[in-house]
Design a binder for this molecule. Sequence first.
Ligand code: ZN
Length: 498
Amino acid sequence: MSYAAFQTEIGRINDILCSVNLLSWDARTVMPHGGVDSRGRQIATLTSLARDLATGDTLRRAMDEARHDATPDALRALDLAAAEIATLTRIPPALIGELASLKTAAHAAWAEARAANDFATYAPLLTRMIAMQREIGQALGDNPYDALIGLYEPGMTQARLAVLFGELKAALVPLIEKATAAAQPRTDFLTRSYPIPVQKAFALKIAARMGYDLNRGRLDDTVHPFEISFTRNDVRITSRFRETWLPGGMFALWHEAGHGMYEQGVDPAYTRSIFATDLANLYAVGGASFGMHESQSRLWENRVGRSRSFWELHFPELQAHFPDQLSDVTAGEFWAAVNQVRPDFIRVEADELTYDLHIILRCEIEAALMSGDLAVRDLPAVWAEKMRAYLGREVPNDTLGVLQDVHWSQGYVGSFPTYTLGNIMSSQVFKAAQAQPAIAAGLAEGDYAPLHGWLQHEIYAHGRGASPAQTLQKVAQGPLDTAPYIADLTRKVADLTG
Ligand code: ZN
């Protein structure tokens, strides 16, 4: 009875948080621009209502009573809720209020500065945001950057990241040199004219075959693709299709469908007993961590979707959708084109080999901002210096440099590492999956049900019920390890360079 009272109270909070998600989905897809200010207020109101309930007496009493006769699963849910409430109460309420309004102002200033290539107008707001993030980090732990990273990836620290990043840098830099020195694949056909409805039809058909359930999901258009869930039975994805850039829309769609399948697969028992949203971040995460979530999007996008066998299987189907545009292209040429290694300025358009160097650059800068070793006004110069060192490119302007990402304007300091952690984990998980004969046989003939079923059973179902380290130990029989990821990329470069 007492645990039921706890679930009822969490359910009320989740109803509010999921409504916030719905308002946010609307704002990022179809809302007219004029709605920005009032929508910001509506979201702030509902969010503070959820915070009040989460830190209030009713929930606390229900949790105290539920502990008396709790099963191990119930205890785990109670501990998760207690930890999240503790984090929430350590952040000063005044800071939370200021953060909400600063986000709206900083986002507007960032968008204008990016369009005008004018970092100086955005710098004062970013300076305030960085100072606030440092204050939040200090309220949560001794090392502010570690505390912020832990909000997104429980158990991860800057020191552990430095080791992982060191291993990646040592492996990636020579691989990139090898790939860029070799003869380049032809890519001319990627920029032909591909009507968007046909692109969507193909990409969505493949996503459904991967396991994304369209009865409990839908696809919409957006500028920056994302996945968002309101319950496990309504998990939406977005993508951005361009008529003259064929790979963009489909790979983004499969990425978001990977996130979506995770959310659709969470066991209902967990969705009733833990917060639907990470309250401290106000971001929907049904999975073990941001990194584990990203591993599932990367697995479908890159490990499956950019593999040679995938295109040998599915290229004829793509060709049937675009018989004129792709009549002079082979499956092998298409695979090579969508894997071309090309050091460039923009992270979200980066290939698999250079992507993590974009992330490492950002994490090093975040760490220096949090420790106070770097001031916001010096960001453009440090950015340019690191781009030169890691990717050998001269940044022509701040729009293609420090102004390209939305994250810092929204207060996301410490979330960038989870992109690379996701890449690393995707290879660990995929390696374990491929060791299952039924999965390997399925992949060889384009039957993704065995892989999806295994991920559902091993990862999706447990939601936030297991930590990322526990999940990885169980699934891949070990801790975080860069070796399978480096092996995948090494094989890919060898294959690409013949
Ligand atoms: Zn993602």
